[in-house]
Design a protein around this ligand. Structure first.
Ligand code: SF4
Length: 141
């Protein structure tokens, strides 16, 4: 019976362990989408214009911008760490609280099994998780 209670009602723990696992291509996680704000923030990080950043680092697919992958992993992953951490895209700022992960089975069998930071450290309340899902905050704020 479905009580309507969300599996994360009591909150979920997450503390990035900085091992870059979520930055390495593995099927559906191999895409990093870039909003206009992401491109603008990253351009400022590199001291270039948003247009220059977009030409250099983005590709457009189905009307959406994505980070351009020259190899199998994110171009900003350097020695297992994010080289643009403070300016990283929204998608990265909200891992692991993505809509497709907010399912008990996925969380327990995929996220917890894959991400060493999931289930550890800071407790995110259900309200915080919902704000992240609504893009009102990220995991670092
Ligand atoms: S931008 Fe940084 S956090 Fe995002 S996938 Fe690339 S290396 Fe990882």
């Amino acid at each position: 019976m479905n009580s309507g209670r969300k599996f994360y009602q009591d909150g979920l723990r997450f503390q990035c362990q900085g091992d870059g696992k979520c930055c390495v291509t593995r099927g559906r996680y191999g895409y990093v989408y870039l909003s206009f704000n992401d491109r603008r923030r990253l351009a400022a990080h590199f001291g270039i214009s948003t247009v220059q950043f977009t030409e250099r680092y983005a590709v457009k697919e189905d009307g959406l911008y994505l980070l351009r992958y020259e190899d199998k992993d994110c171009p900003f992953l350097a020695q297992g760490r994010c080289a643009v951490y403070e300016a990283r895209p929204w998608q990265c700022r909200t891992w692991p609280f993505w809509p497709e992960n907010m399912n008990k089975r996925v969380w327990e069998h995929e996220v917890l099994a894959y991400c060493p930071g999931a289930g550890k450290g800071r407790l995110y309340t259900a309200e915080e998780i919902e704000d992240i899902l609504k893009k009102k905050k990220d995991v670092g704020s």
